[in-house]
Ligand binder design. Structure first.
Ligand SMILES: [Zn+2]
Length: 166
């Protein structure tokens, strides 16, 4: 079940369907709170950071998903669409399910699976990636391609496993 702090959110229906898919996949059914922040200050306070990097527009804290409102994100990214916003919520929702079902896992797996399941578009990566360089928050802060690399790693890993067991 998803509980919103704003009732006028347009993405709720497709997000509910996505929630049901995740429930089947991860075999858990966390009660998720989605908090859409209409103030940067409130967002930063919840994140517990004074000056977070501008690319940070959402995060999860336990079973709570906190994102900046679509309007606030559009001030930073003029081409940001409602579809992007929906994918952001899906991405964060995947994190809640992963933490609930798996506990802690390497950041590349956590982020890669979230990007993959939310069907987010990432930059194509054509270099060999070492998963050991994508474990911690620090690794991610210093590599602007960390998300794209993680998505590629997870996709190749899952495809490799499926290929191996078929
Ligand atoms: Zn994430």
């Amino acid at each position: 079940m998803i509980i919103y702090n704003q009732s006028n959110i347009q993405t709720s229906n497709s997000l509910d369907i996505f929630y049901q898919k995740l429930k089947q996949l991860f075999k858990v059914a966390p009660e998720v709170n989605i908090h859409i922040s209409t103030s940067e200050k409130e967002f930063n306070d919840l994140l517990n950071e004074q000056n977070p990097p501008l690319w940070k527009i959402g995060f999860t804290k336990g079973k709570t998903v906190v994102v900046l409102s679509e309007n606030l994100i559009q001030l930073r990214r003029p081409n940001y669409t409602n579809d992007d916003f929906e994918k952001l919520l899906k991405h964060e929702l995947v994190h809640v399910f992963m933490h609930e079902s798996f506990g802690k896992c390497p950041k590349w797996f956590d982020e890669g699976l979230a990007c993959l399941l939310a069907k987010q578009t990432n930059k194509p990566i054509n270099v060999e990636i070492n998963p050991k360089t994508l474990i911690t928050n620090e690794d991610f802060n210093k590599d602007p391609e960390a998300y794209s690399k993680s998505k590629k790693l997870v996709k190749e890993f899952l495809e490799g496993v499926l290929n191996e067991i078929k």
